[in-house]
Write a protein that binds this ligand. Structure first.
Ligand SMILES: Nc1nc2c(ncn2[C@@H]2O[C@H](COP(=O)(O)OP(=O)(O)O)[C@@H](O)[C@H]2O)c(=O)[nH]1
Ligand SMILES: [Mg+2]
Length: 301
């Protein structure tokens, strides 16, 4: 299955939610008026685009109507696709990992898919011929390290781990040392996501950054925030909280399969100014895809 097909399957429910609702609204009207905009507003908010982003989209649509670029209700569909694509392409969605080694730090609350995504990324890099080393820096629960170790075994990549309760920054330190010694291309570090203890999280992430910067001052470093699409607007809220404590370089949005809330991709980009770099569309190692805005918008409309 190609990327587009997989994305289309994964976004099945979001597509139904968005495309059919919007399509239904457009069919109800023979001319563009405020009633149409009201209905459209409701449809977009329900598709989890968020209030602010929905307002931005409607403003842009109204401008286009004023300028005479849109005349018929059915033309709104194409305009929506354009506007949303523009919102999704405003930021650079590529990973910057050209140094050897480069570092990728995965952050996010428990259960969003950090460990699974770490493994999926490792599998993808390995497939490209890159030497990957995993750092099990979620030392909070023993199960977290075991889960990552299982994946490492399955994929066939190295992992650096310590015991439960070990200092996460020390695990990152060891992982970097091993990566340098073994000439790895990419260091992928899983972390614990205790957002309810913000002071702790801040201190922990701060310490990890410090280790990375002092050991690898010139390395490309990506900090990927993992968000669970099924949580809808809560994911946006989580991102706001993490933005306060971390310099996020991109978002991985997981579990787009089986949710109708895929519209939050647009809210994340537009309201938070964060590029979505990858999307997860399943639980298997190859169910992670680089995010391609044009494909996403095409699938939705
Ligand atoms: N359906 C689906 N499940 C996912 C996806 N990504 C992760 N999961 C599942 O979400 C659950 C939590 O994932 P995990 O990586 O342990 O989350 P963590 O606590 O953030 O490390 C696991 O059951 C994963 O298989 C995805 O893209 N789609
Ligand atoms: Mg985990």
């Amino acid at each position: 299955m190609g990327f587009f097909e997989k994305l289309k399957n994964g976004l099945h429910k979001t597509r139904q939610n968005m495309s059919e609702r919007v399509g239904g609204v457009l069919k109800m009207f023979t001319k563009i008026d405020e009633d149409l905009f009201d209905e459209l507003e409701e449809a977009l908010i329900e598709a989890d685009l968020g209030v602010a982003t929905t307002m931005d989209i409607l403003d842009e649509l109204r401008d286009r109507v004023k300028e005479g670029r849109i005349r018929e209700p059915e033309e709104i569909r194409g305009a929506l696709k354009d506007i949303i694509t523009a919102m999704l392409t405003a930021r650079d969605a590529s990973l910057h990992i050209s140094t050897r080694p480069s570092v990728i730090l995965m952050i996010g609350v428990n259960g969003v898919g950090k460990t699974t995504t770490t493994a999926k990324l490792a599998a993808a890099f390995k497939k490209e011929g890159k030497k990957v080393i995993l750092g099990a820096a979620d030392t909070f629960r023993a199960a977290a390290t075991e889960q990552l170790a299982l994946w490492a075994d399955r994929i066939g990549v190295d992992i650096v781990k310590q015991g439960q309760g070990a200092d996460p920054a020390a695990v990152v330190y060891d992982t970097i040392s091993a990566a340098v010694a073994r000439q790895a291309d990419i260091i992928l570090c899983d972390t614990a996501g205790r957002l309810h203890n913000k002071a702790n999280l801040l201190a922990e992430l701060g310490k990890i950054y410090k280790v990375i910067r002092s050991k690898l001052p010139d390395a490309d470093t990506e900090v990927l925030l993992v968000l669970d699409a099924t949580t809808g607007q809560n994911a946006v809220q989580q991102a706001r909280e993490f933005q306060k404590v971390a310099e996020i370089t991109g978002v991985v949005l997981t579990k787009l399969d089986g949710t109708a809330k895929g519209g939050i991709v647009v809210a994340i980009e537009n309201e938070l100014g964060l590029p979505v770099k990858y999307v997860g569309v399943g639980e298997q190692a190859d169910d992670l895809q680089p995010f391609i805005a044009e494909d996403f918008a095409s699938v939705l409309f």
